[in-house]
Design a binder for this molecule. Structure first.
Ligand code: SF4
Length: 186
């Protein structure tokens, strides 16, 4: 059987490719289709006259942890504008923790992180994903060299699929540590 110890794999695959294997799962500055462009625009005359021709409520769940508390999302013209707790949800019974109570701001918050950023000389600046991956790979390699792999902890996310969680677990193992947990536990 092929030797796939961390050192061998990292050497074979290359530092950057190795990181990319985990990139789907590592939850730094995660972005999505929602993040592109602005969420505001000037209303058309028709929209001013009839602001919400297609309003509906959608029963959904909070995705911040695996409890899956019920959320009622009010949607106007395809845009999520308001949320309420789902009183009849069999698990949460109308309750939320603070993360779920603010679920809608995962979409509309003005301080939502939409792309990788770095603070240099007191100023935040945008990075390309390539640049971000290079910087993170370099930093991780430095930490591992100076303090060993257990100086790093990997945190998963309830927003990951099973496959992404699998990648993150593998990534931590290849890095050489068992320091891995789920964000909900903190
Ligand atoms: S993060 Fe909070 S509100 Fe969301 S599913 Fe978990 S317990 Fe429920």
């Amino acid at each position: 059987m092929e030797n796939t110890t961390p050192r061998t794999l990292a050497t074979t695959v290359g530092r950057r490719s190795f990181l990319k294997m985990g990139a789907l799962s590592v939850a730094f500055g995660a972005t999505s289709g929602f993040a592109s462009g602005s969420v505001t625009r000037v209303a058309t005359e028709e929209e001013v006259k009839n602001p919400f021709p297609e309003s509906k409520t959608v029963k959904t769940i909070c995705t911040s942890c695996s409890v899956g508390c019920g959320v009622i999302a009010e949607v106007h013209n395809g845009v999520w504008v308001r949320q309420e707790v789902a009183q009849d949800h069999p698990i949460s019974l109308g309750g939320h923790c603070c993360k779920g109570a603010d679920m809608i701001d995962m979409i509309r918050s003005e301080v939502r992180l939409k792309y990788p950023m770095v603070k240099e000389n007191g100023q935040w600046k945008r990075l390309s994903w390539e640049d971000a991956l290079d910087r993170i790979a370099t930093k991780l390699a430095e930490i591992k060299k100076e303090n060993g792999p257990d100086a790093v902890q990997f945190l998963g996310s309830a927003k990951m699929s099973n496959e992404q969680a699998y990648y993150l677990r593998k990534f931590a193992a290849f890095f050489g540590t068992n320091n891995i947990d789920h964000q909900a536990r903190i």
